[in-house]
Design a protein around this ligand. Structure first.
Ligand SMILES: [Zn+2]
Length: 198
């Protein structure tokens, strides 16, 4: 299976001694390890893990993502929802990710078992760019990924994998499943506070 390309955003806190300029999932607070693969876990917080256990099939408790659960590493199929979110948050940066392993596909995005960042994109605002240039240089060096103009991000990322955005002309799952999937992805994103978790 060809790896999937997706788009998402991270928080990078330059002043946090613990995260030290690492890419961090905005809500799940997962730190993405430089030069390594990030692996999905159902939940790192014990209370939530217990609450979500029922959403996994009994024989697959350890596998993430599970279709009925909200776990996994999130990415959008397109850059537009990513850039919309970036305008609202300081120290939030967008980029492309490569996803593989088990993948749950939703209309707007996907949840994956494994992922690594492919590239970050330069902030569109000149003021933000100027303010964050040293930080972004540091981060992209740590992760050994390029810092690209937004317009070049899709072309670059496409070299590594394929878009898994559902094709509307292809036969769709039953309507009820499709509606449920669309609703659930939006609800998940909203529940994560306009941000993408895991
Ligand atoms: Zn789960």
């Amino acid at each position: 299976m060809t790896p999937a390309v997706g788009y998402r955003f991270w928080r990078v806190d330059p002043d946090d001694a613990w995260t030290r300029g690492r890419l961090q999932s905005p809500v799940a607070e997962t730190l993405w390890p430089p030069l390594e693969t990030l692996d999905a876990e159902c939940q790192t917080r014990p209370g939530l893990r217990l609450a979500r256990a029922g959403l996994h099939r009994a024989d697959e408790l350890r596998v993430s993502p599970e279709p009925g659960c909200s776990c996994g590493i999130y990415a959008y199929h397109d850059i537009a929802p990513m850039t919309r979110a970036l305008r609202e948050e300081p120290y939030m940066f967008g980029g492309a990710v490569l996803c593989w392993g088990r993948i749950v596909i939703h209309p707007e995005g996907l949840r994956a078992e494994h992922a690594r960042p492919l590239a970050l994109c330069r902030p569109e605002s000149p003021g933000v760019l100027q303010r964050t240039a040293p930080l972004l240089e540091h981060v992209t060096r740590e992760y050994a990924i390029p810092l690209l103009e937004l317009k070049d991000l899709v072309t670059y990322a496409s070299e590594f994998g394929a878009s898994y955005k559902p094709d509307p002309s292809e036969p769709q799952p039953r309507t009820i499943d499709r509606v449920r999937n669309a609703v659930s992805f939006r609800q998940l994103v909203r529940r994560l506070g306009k941000a993408i978790g895991g």
